[in-house]
Write a protein that binds this ligand. Structure first.
Ligand code: ZN
Length: 527
């Protein structure tokens, strides 16, 4: 190929790129390398320092950093203390804290009653064997008052057939039983789908109540120990659909078995008092490392991780420590803040370090931040979110010296991290399935939806103790984690030092809606 031809192609690429709204693919982009001082600072991140932070954040007294727990508050204070130690500028609305107002609802067993009556015999279901669930029929508790008296009980097997009487179910209760949840992931997804479909069909008959018998003791829920955090503004909103009640235990199973299919002649009454309410503000922790370049200092790179975890569950192994998911990401944010603040000369762009609450409850903290950003979103050039970087025993196999990025080719950020990996001895790759499918599964999504090129870096997607009781700090590979954290730090530096900004790739279908959001956000700017 002649050099003239190459020039023509380059020109064509530039014209095409400009026409599509992307920046020119000029050579030299992301060619920056960290300075000697920056490399020294990253090298100061050791396996020992990572272990020290993580062993604290995932210790039992921190209660698995569950939403609304004291343990989560302690974790927030710890992260703020580390930001203070690094000398970050507090840019929350209360020092380092950005407060998300929440009301904690706790069910009360005062005035509780669940009574099934059939032919003069009465079964009073003990409070331990009762739960009120969300209409989707999963394990999430619904916390609200109920008053249902003597509803006629209609028994419907899973999938129907729906008896005649259901058609005028307005004042009736439907009782049904779902088989035990399969353990295989694909079968479980199909099962949950089937159950959701069945509950949707039942809801169409508008029963006063749906009662689900759960025979398997493993599926019992400690309902009166549950709690829910709600937006005080949305608190009064009525829940859609009939209440779904689960009954556990042998007595309920025996009563269920004795009932004929269809109209049973039994009645059910359920009384639940209004929940106890308390203020329970939740906190994002935010610190700023001011940029050193007069032109670029008012642009920002976000380095984020959720610090909430799985909380506690009834049973002998009460605390679900949530070390890899996502104590590991939290510790990465803490250590990178300390390292980047200690480089002597700060990166050219400002770097904002954020620990989000509420990821496990549906990206609550990140969404709150995206609505009320501490620095302007149109000046936020990239978001680097970190999840599950401690363990290497992925169900896909050993992940040492490997890391992945969600939405790998959605924007330039994938290429930036591929290069950061090259510089640090880590293979940063696009996972053939998970990179795309996990893009919407973590806090980066809340920022991407606002147009910010934001991705999640991870080492594992799935590992043996994922969302389980035994996700403990002892199982983390700290040697590899130190390598990973240095790689992530290098990627952050490439973004923060380069004069180029990452862009969503207009050629990639999955990125289209994020590019649209970016265009909308930047439409009024003079470019
Ligand atoms: Zn997570």
């Amino acid at each position: 190929m002649t050099s003239r031809r190459v020039t023509q192609i380059r020109l064509a690429v530039v014209v095409l790129a400009l026409a599509s709204g992307a920046v020119a693919l000029a050579s030299g982009k992301w060619d920056v390398k960290p300075s000697a001082a920056e490399r020294r600072a990253l090298a100061s991140i050791t396996p020992g320092s990572l272990q020290a932070h993580l062993s604290f954040l995932s210790a039992d007294p921190l209660e698995g950093r569950g939403a609304g727990s004291i343990g989560l508050d302690v974790a927030a204070e710890y992260i703020a203390a580390q930001f203070r130690r690094a000398g970050l500028k507090p840019i929350g609305d209360d020092g380092y804290f950005q407060i998300t107002p929440r009301t904690r609802l706790t069910p009360t067993s005062d005035g509780y009653q669940c009574r099934v009556a059939v032919e003069g015999r009465v079964l009073d279901v003990p409070s331990r064997q009762f739960a009120l669930l969300t209409a989707a029929g999963g394990n999430a508790p619904a916390i609200r008052a109920i008053g249902i008296d003597d509803a006629r009980v209609i028994k419907v097997p899973l999938g129907g057939p729906f008896p005649e009487q259901v058609a005028d179910a307005g004042r009736s209760a439907v009782i049904t039983e779902f088989p035990a949840m399969p353990s295989d992931q694909a079968a479980r997804t199909a099962f949950l789908e089937r159950r959701r479909e069945f509950l949707t069909r039942l809801a169409a008959f508008k029963p006063a109540l749906v009662v689900e018998l759960r025979r398997d003791p493993g599926r019992a829920i400690d309902y009166f120990a549950s709690r829910q955090l709600v937006d005080p503004a949305a608190k009064g909103r009525a829940a859609a659909g009939p209440p779904v009640v689960a009954l556990f235990g042998e007595a309920a199973a025996a009563a269920f078995d004795a009932l004929p299919a269809g109209l049973t002649g039994a009645t059910v009454s359920v009384r639940l008092s209004p929940p106890v309410e308390a203020d329970a503000p939740q906190r994002n922790v935010i610190g700023l490392l001011p940029g050193s370049d007069p032109k670029l200092a008012d642009t920002y790179v976000l380095v984020t991780a959720h610090y909430d975890g799985q909380g506690t569950r009834p049973g002998p192994d009460r605390v679900w420590n949530s070390a890899n998911d996502n104590g590991s990401g939290t510790v990465t944010v803490i250590e990178l803040a300390a390292a980047l603040a200690a480089t002597g000369k700060h990166p050219r762009r400002s770097v904002v370090f954020i620990a989000f609450h509420g990821e496990e409850s549906g990206l609550v903290g990140a969404r709150y931040y995206a609505e009320r950003p501490a620095v302007p979103l149109e000046k936020t050039v990239a978001g680097v979110n970190i999840e599950m970087v401690g363990r290497t025993d992925d169900t896909d196999g050993d992940q040492r010296k490997r890391a992945s990025l969600t939405g790998f080719d959605y924007s330039d950020v994938g290429e930036v991290f591929r290069r950061a990996g090259e510089q640090t001895g880590v293979t940063v790759f696009k996972h053939p399935k998970n990179s795309d499918s996990y893009f919407g599964s973590s806090d980066n999504q809340a920022l991407a939806a606002q147009g910010v090129p934001a991705h999640t870096v991870c080492v594992t997607y799935a590992y043996p103790d994922y969302h389980g009781a035994a996700d403990t700090w002892q199982k983390v590979d700290y040697e590899n984690m130190a390598l990973t954290v240095r790689m992530i730090g290098t990627g952050v530096l490439l973004l923060a030092q380069s004069k180029d900004e990452p862009r969503w790739d207009p050629q990639v279908k999955g990125a289209a809606r994020y590019l649209e959001a970016w265009k909308k956000r930047h439409a009024t700017e003079k470019r």
